[in-house]
Write a protein that binds this ligand. Structure first.
Ligand code: SF4
Length: 323
């Protein structure tokens, strides 16, 4: 059964009388206990759609159509107060840079217990006991002492563990992790993603993992949505996306990630050009200026999503070797 269902969600940006669609007719679902990865470069709409789920869009952004249903409730029908309660209790978010989310002048303990008291209504001492147990769970040693410290006493990786503890405080049904480890070095990234995936699996929490790196999703995600230019351009199981990508953009993302089978001398092949600027009009397929397979039709006609991919000339014979 699906926990989250997003249907034809469209997000509009308004400034100086100019309207620009940044997310177009987005539809996807997340099952209970499932990990869905949303992959794309900056400007693809992946973070924006997550903020829409959280009800955290800035005032210049507006949802103009579609629905976001969680556990049968249309989130777009909720009042700001109802939405505030839903955040933290049912759905919570882990951002890329914990320093911008943690308050630098408050102890870690007060920031975790505040979330617990607010969402679970526990007493101060019970909230403190739960905070200690949460820090243990996310791998912060000597939790009792650490609760009395401030964010600047923690390394980047430890701060991200604290953010995950806050996200887990009320055992939400869904966690959205937006590039949760991008600012960390590779070894710490793997430790934190392993830990988060393990906790979500044990608690049957659904996870939306937003990343620009297709290399990390094969290990954690059940399914993958690849986004470009505010749209889903390919969807599939992690294995389908990784071994038989159909969209040239997915294929390009995979070729730009180092493979174990690749020799050190073999150069990586980045996708040429820059990600599509959402404020610049591009006729036809938004990926065509960067696509090595583009033909005339691509420059004229926007490809429709057929449930699997959105491309006039999907790759059929490109099958990657398992590494
Ligand atoms: Fe490339 Fe054309 Fe497919 Fe767009 S529609 S991804 S330009 S082949």
């Amino acid at each position: 059964m699906n926990l989250l269902e997003i249907e034809t969600l469209t997000v509009l940006h308004r400034a100086d009388g100019v309207e620009t669609k940044l997310v177009h007719d987005l539809s996807y679902s997340v099952a209970a206990g499932e990990t869905l990865a949303i992959v794309g470069e900056s400007g693809s709409g992946k973070s924006l759609s997550a903020l829409a789920i959280m009800g955290l869009l800035s005032p210049d952004l507006q949802i103009v159509s579609g629905s976001i249903r969680m556990d049968g409730t249309d989130m777009l029908d909720l009042t700001p107060e109802q939405m505030r309660k839903k955040r933290g209790r049912d759905v919570s978010m882990v951002f890329q840079e914990p320093m911008t989310s943690l308050n630098p002048v408050r102890t870690i303990g007060s920031q975790i217990t505040e979330s617990i008291e607010e969402n679970l209504g526990l007493s101060k001492s019970d909230a403190r006991a739960r905070a200690i147990s949460l820090l243990d769970q996310v791998g912060v040693a000597d939790a009792e002492r650490r609760l009395r410290q401030y964010p600047h006493h923690f390394s980047g990786g430890m701060r991200q563990r604290v953010m995950i503890a806050i996200a887990l405080a009320a055992t939400p049904k869904l966690i959205i992790a937006d590039e949760p480890t991008t600012a960390l070095d590779v070894t710490i990234q793997a430790q934190i993603l392993d830990m988060m995936a393990e906790i979500c699996r044990a608690q049957k929490t659904s996870l939306i993992l937003i990343t620009h790196n297709l290399g990390i999703v094969a290990r954690y995600a059940n399914r993958v949505n690849v986004m470009y230019g505010g749209r889903i351009v390919e969807t599939g199981t992690a294995a389908e996306i990784y071994y038989t990508p159909h969209h040239p953009y997915t294929h390009g993302l995979l070729r730009s990630v180092p493979q174990l089978t690749q020799s050190r001398k073999e150069p990586l092949q980045p996708i040429m050009g820059n990600p599509a600027d959402p404020f610049t009009k591009i006729a036809g397929c938004r990926f065509h200026p960067r696509c090595q397979f583009a033909q005339d039709r691509c420059r004229r006609e926007m490809p429709q999503f057929d449930g699997k991919t959105a491309c006039h000339f999907p790759l059929v014979s490109e099958t990657r070797e398992a590494s």
